[in-house]
Write a protein that binds this ligand. Structure first.
Ligand code: NAD
Ligand SMILES: O=CCc1c[nH]c2ccc(O)cc12
Length: 475
């Protein structure tokens, strides 16, 4: 039995349409201990399998996710409020991630190093043990997949705690792993909020924590991990710059700016919310961005043509609207959106909708330009020169992502090299294929998800020395 089925406290989870869709129970100390105990037992079996054997099971899980895409996407849309159109894409990147690490599992290996006198050494890449994954509410299924796939491929067990705002879809992932053949308890889900998260991070049998969420919570996670000398992966917030030079392909730059700001209701950590536009094209760019933003179809996220659903919950909606109000007070101009949206469909009336917002006349010291809003609010800033925009783009404590639109290939790479961010997209935005590492600089975190390098975040290296001669002793 999974730990999440054994809980004592009942919490209601109102979702983004204002209705309760499910009640899950919150895991306390007893359930967390049980989950760790089961994970330890499963780790013993799993870590003894060859990489190829683990890969075969992960390939099967990927196949099952792909086959059940529609069911999982519907669940994710109900869970989070994002459009079904986007949810399908999240599920695709999830099974792709499982496939990517399944493919790597069989070739994880150490090195052989020849030493004097015929002696030699070799290294073994070994799993860490029981890993904990803690997720945010914006990409519930994908976050759980991006954490569990490399963890399991490397031979670890994982206990995953989703955000209490989106507790459901990860249960399908747990079901799929089990049906695909992972040992019982190897991937387990516990439910709850901060208290459950703390119990997991502080548990002495937990070897690693991989966290996706805000900087303040990330700070607490790293403090707890430091006390236990545990490695962490931190995927935190951002306030990423998107730089649009006057020599860009304008149509692509406009599309890029919308993708950089309005996917998942703007609730995306790597969004390019500081849109720096070179003066010569500011008016043309702004006009086209506003037109395209006003065309975004807001509504029932389960309908095929909807492109923006409701925000995650009422306090968050109010927070985002508060940022727009403050921006106006500080001198920004609202060119469109930024209002509460009440859909005509009566069944959507209680939903946490707002209209996507474009702000102009923004200055670097305004709150809307400095702080992560995590909602559908784009701030447009103008600039003159490359040197100036680089200085301003890097003037932030965050460093998750960045983007540049230009037709000048040398400038594109020069700017990409100068931007202080873990990711830079040239002539597109929010493209995060599983083959490429994803993660932040500065306060946006450290460690990486996806790409080959992530194997290093979920394994440890043992050095073995082999003496082929006699022991030479000074004693
Ligand atoms: N960099 C990334 O990859 C990435 C991805 C998605 C979201 N985010 C960031 O996440 C934030 C929004 O998500 P959120 O509101 O769910 O973040 P959050 O930090 O409030 O919560 C994230 C998770 O941490 C848990 N948690 C809260 N307090 C905890 C504690 N003391 N100990 C252990 N666990 C605790 C929560 O229950 C939740 O599961 C934004 O800042 C966004 O930028 C970052
Ligand atoms: O929201 C931020 C970027 C992102 C999108 N999907 C995922 C999955 C896992 C992460 O850690 C981050 C993200």
């Amino acid at each position: 039995m999974s730990a999440w089925q054994l809980c004592e406290v009942t919490l209601p989870f109102p979702v983004s349409l204002g209705r309760v869709i499910a009640t899950v129970t919150c895991s306390g100390e007893k359930e967390v201990n049980l989950a760790v105990q089961d994970a330890k037992a499963a780790f013993k079996i799993w870590s003894k399998k060859s990489g190829l054997e683990r890969g075969q099971i992960l390939f099967e899980a990927a196949r099952m996710i792909r086959e059940r895409t529609e069911e999982i996407a519907i669940m994710e849309t109900i869970n989070n409020g994002k459009s079904i159109f986007e949810a399908r894409d999240d599920i695709k990147t999830s099974w792709q991630c499982l496939e990517f690490f399944a493919g790597l599992a069989g070739s994880m290996a150490g090195e052989h190093i020849q030493l004097p006198g015929g002696s030699f050494g070799y290294t073994r890449r070994e799993p860490l043990g029981v890993c904990v994954g803690i997720g945010a509410w914006n990409y519930p299924f994908q976050i759980a997949s991006w954490k569990s796939a490399p963890a399991l491929a490397c031979g670890n067990a994982m206990i995953f705690k989703p955000s209490p705002f989106t507790p459901l879809s990860v249960l399908l992932l747990a079901e799929i792993y089990t049906e695909a053949g992972v040992p019982p308890g190897l991937f387990n889900v516990v439910q709850g909020g901060a208290a459950t998260g703390q119990l997991l991070c502080q548990h002495h049998d937990v070897a690693k924590v991989s966290f996706t969420g805000s900087v303040p919570t990330g700070t607490k996670i790293i403090e707890m991990a430091a006390k236990g000398i545990k490695p962490v992966t931190l995927e935190l917030g951002g306030k990423s710059p998107l730089i649009i030079f006057s020599d860009c392909d304008l149509e692509n730059a406009v599309k890029g700016a919308l993708i950089a700001n309005f996917l998942t209701q703007g609730e995306v950590c790597c969004n390019g919310t500081r849109v720096f536009v070179q003066k010569e094209i500011l008016d043309k760019f702004t006009e086209q961005v506003v037109k395209a933003t006003q065309r975004i179809k807001i509504g029932d996220p389960l309908l095929e043509d909807t492109r923006m659903g409701p925000l995650i919950n009422r306090p968050h909606l109010e927070r985002v609207l508060g940022f727009v109000k403050q921006a106006k007070e500080q001198g920004a101009k609202v060119l469109c959106g930024g209002d509460l949206h009440v859909p005509r469909d009566p069944k959507l009336k209680g939903g946490y909708y707002m209209t996507p917002c474009v702000l102009t006349d923004c200055k670097d010291d305004m709150t809307c330009v400095k702080e992560e809003i995590f909602g559908p609010v784009m701030s447009i800033l103008s600039f003159d020169t490359e040197a100036e925009v680089l200085e301003r783009a890097n003037n932030t404590t965050f460093g998750l992502a960045s983007g540049v639109f230009t037709r000048d290939v040398q400038r594109a790479h020069r700017v990409a090299a100068e931007l202080q961010a873990g990711v830079c997209c040239i002539n597109n935005y929010n493209i995060n294929p599983v083959e490429l590492p994803f993660g932040g600089y500065k306060k946006s975190g450290f460690g990486r998800e996806n790409g080959r390098v992530t194997v290093e975040c979920y394994s440890q290296l043992k050095t073995v020395y082999v003496e082929m001669g006699d022991v030479e002793s000074v004693f």
